[in-house]
Design a protein around this ligand. Structure first.
Ligand code: ZN
Ligand code: ZN
Length: 283
């Protein structure tokens, strides 16, 4: 397709929660599944951002009992970002292909790390015993192609090797930074890598785990404030910011209040969404 074509990207949220799944009346509207977002573009295989528990619900949108061919950009290997993988129903089909791009690990092979996470006695079966073929591509700071998507990966401050991704398809850019350690002193300063990822993005999906008043008590837990996300988007000329990776203790009503306050502050300069399960954004 020519650059600047009229195709649209559809970005759908299947899990928006950080740290651990949560459930109950207070989190029903935004949802309690952990990180999983799917980018769909005409003619391309689905591009999955992280393998949290929301992945199981994405699988429900696929033809039942049929193989799947999907690509995954995995930000890092923390539990909340991989827990959905062994429950992805198409893994039971031998023609299913799952290609996982993830950060190169410091001290072990990426595939080995995934096998060690999903193995008895922690999980009933070995990941390799499932019928599907799973392939791994360890990356660092790189630019590469996945089908028709051009992907840029950059290391992002968090806990352990962690990447953010910038996904370009035709002239549209989606940036995904789900877990982002703000400087410990609370400064609103960004690494060059993070700025590379966010610059002029049509949509930025960004960590929004804490409120500014909560940050001092959890400053070294690997995350940032809602304000940090807004400032990053603003400095990077982002058109649309989706607040993401909500704290599991955050209720629907409090997410509404946070959204309304920030929306009033950002005004017309930028579109603001608070990610919830089932939300699809078209760009
Ligand atoms: Zn996380
Ligand atoms: Zn993490």
């Amino acid at each position: 397709m020519p650059i600047g074509g009229t195709g649209k990207l559809r970005v759908t949220f299947y899990g928006v929660r950080g740290s651990t799944p949560c459930h109950g009346d207070e989190t029903r509207r935004y949802g309690g599944n952990t990180s999983c977002v799917v980018i769909a573009a005409p003619g391309e295989n689905p591009l999955i951002l992280d393998l949290g528990t929301g992945l199981r619900y994405f699988a429900r949108t696929l033809p039942h009992g049929k193989p799947a061919n999907v690509n995954v950009l995995l930000s890092h290997l923390h539990w909340d970002h991989i827990q959905g993988l062994p429950f992805f129903a198409p893994l039971l089909h031998e023609e299913t292909k799952v290609h996982v791009v993830a950060p190169k690990q410091d001290d072990c092979d990426l595939e080995e790390a995934m096998r060690r996470a999903i193995t008895p006695p922690i999980f009933p079966v070995e990941l390799n015993a499932l019928a599907a073929t799973i392939t791994y591509q360890p990356v660092t700071d790189e630019t590469f192609k996945i089908d028709g998507f051009v992907v840029t990966s950059r290391a992002v401050p968090h806990v352990g090797p962690t990447l953010g991704f910038r996904v370009q398809w035709q002239d549209k850019v989606v940036t995904y930074i789900p877990d982002h350690q703000q400087p410990l002193n609370g400064a609103v300063e960004f690494t060059d890598g993070a700025l590379d990822l966010m610059r002029d993005a049509d949509l930025l999906i960004h960590d929004a785990q804490y409120l500014p008043e909560e940050f001092p008590r959890r400053s070294n837990w690997g995350h940032c404030t809602t304000e940090f996300a807004v400032q990053g988007a603003r400095r990077s000329n982002v058109k649309h910011l989706a607040l993401f990776h909500h704290d599991p203790g955050r209720t629907d009503d409090s997410l509404d209040r946070i959204h309304d306050a920030l929306d009033a502050e950002t005004g017309k300069s930028m579109r603001l969404s608070t990610a919830r399960e089932g939300l699809t954004l078209e760009i």
